[in-house]
Design a protein around this ligand. Structure first.
Ligand SMILES: *[C@@H]1O[C@H](CO)[C@@H](O)[C@H](O)[C@H]1NC(C)=O
Length: 378
């Protein structure tokens, strides 16, 4: 009798301890548990966002864009030839390598570039002003660049990082408006709207410059992770091109139901050095994904994640069918670098980290380009 009571008490205490450990772990990993539950069931209840009307895209090296090529896409050619300006407007954080590839890719088809950066991340942490500090590197394009530094602000407890991001988009709209207001009235203005890691191909911009696609169109981009070694799929659609009008504003959400297929590249988390990964993970608008798990910022873990093509937050991919979910969970490394930006392939040695087989990241750069090199003792 006494023995049975004691055994009951032991079972109770053990169960109690397990319950406490269980609830502690649930509380600690709330965000991850929610992610697994929602990602694993997403194909059942969610539909992909974004434009549904996909325009088949025709391109081959050397193809001349003329009225016939426009017709192939279902468009007429523009009658504004000679009275058209194409502007490229981007928000940048740290990705100077992608910026250099972009300026070279688009130089021949874009008339003017607009760049905004901040001295704080979207979550309000102070950051270097990478573009302002490295303008010499982009000297060749200086005459075509309008730049604005938008000071960041520390977030109040009731503010989300999206407010800071939105503030940058409003500033960009202002900068575009005042530039466009000074152009001759018969000038038609097209604006490419995308983040720095979303790069339309030059041939795409040339096509859209020549053919009348309507008021606005989204650009479907090949979606890469960490470098052009890991292809997630044609899942990126937010970049867009607009005919600028009285009430156009700089945006990143859906503005049209039409999207041009295979129009360029979206390279997410394509950084040269490991510290940039930690900065980005703490600094962008989804920073809650870290949710107190500082082990996610461990440099060794980040390096390993990049070389294996796994999710940097240790989460399941956001896919809308089980076929996509499973293929995105185990990406295969590409062994092709065909169809990439010309400047990247032309400078493959400098941009090794962006190409297949180049997953090993460099040691951090010295703080300034002109300062003494690490280990340089005269
Ligand atoms: C950003 O710059 C502004 C104006 O130069 C300054 O007042 C502000 O303190 C800076 N913010 C950070 C986070 O460095």
């Amino acid at each position: 009798m006494i023995l049975r009571l004691q055994r009951g008490r032991v079972v109770f205490v053990v169960a109690f301890i397990f319950a406490i450990i269980f609830f502690y772990l649930v509380a600690q990993n709330q965000y991850q548990i929610k992610n697994v539950l929602s990602s694993a069931t997403r194909p059942l209840w969610d539909k992909a966002e974004g434009p549904k009307n996909v325009v088949t895209h025709y391109h081959s090296e050397g193809l001349d864009v003329d009225a016939d090529v426009c017709a192939l896409h279902g468009w007429k050619s523009r009658d504004t030839a000679g009275h058209i300006k194409v502007l490229d407007a981007i928000l940048i954080s740290t990705e100077l390598d992608l910026l250099e590839i972009r300026l070279n890719e688009l130089n021949a088809v874009v008339d003017h570039f607009f760049i905004i950066e901040s001295n704080a991340t979207f979550t309000g942490l102070p950051k270097e002003t990478y573009f302002a500090d490295n303008r010499k590197r982009f000297e060749r394009f200086d005459h075509k660049i309008s730049y604005k530094l938008v000071p960041g602000f520390p977030l109040q407890p009731d503010q989300s990082p999206f407010e800071q991001e939105n503030h940058h988009r409003v500033e960009m709209t202002d900068m575009l408006r005042s530039y466009i207001a000074q152009l001759p009235p018969n000038m038609q203005t097209l604006v490419v709207m995308s983040d720095i890691d979303e790069l339309p191909a030059a041939h795409t911009v040339k096509l859209l410059r020549t053919c009348d696609f309507g008021q606005s169109i989204h650009l479907q981009l090949r979606n890469y992770l960490y470098s052009f070694e890991w292809l997630v799929g044609l899942t990126s659609w937010r970049a867009s091109m607009h005919v600028w009008g009285m009430d156009t504003y700089y945006r990143h959400g859906q503005s049209s139901d039409t999207v041009l297929s295979d129009a360029g590249w979206h390279c997410s988390y394509c950084f040269r050095t490991i510290p940039e990964y930690a900065t980005k993970m703490k600094g962008f608008s989804h920073a809650e994904r870290i949710a107190g798990r500082l082990d996610l910022l461990d440099p060794k873990r980040i390096q390993d994640t990049i070389c294996r093509g796994k999710d940097i937050f240790g989460m399941l991919p956001e896919a809308y069918s089980y076929v996509d979910l499973f293929s995105q969970m185990s990406l295969e490394p590409l062994t092709t670098a065909v169809g990439l930006p010309l400047f990247l392939v032309d400078n493959a040695e400098r941009f090794r980290f962006l190409l297949p087989g180049g997953c090993q990241r460099e040691a951090p750069r010295p703080p300034t380009e002109t300062g003494p090199m690490v280990g340089d003792i005269g």
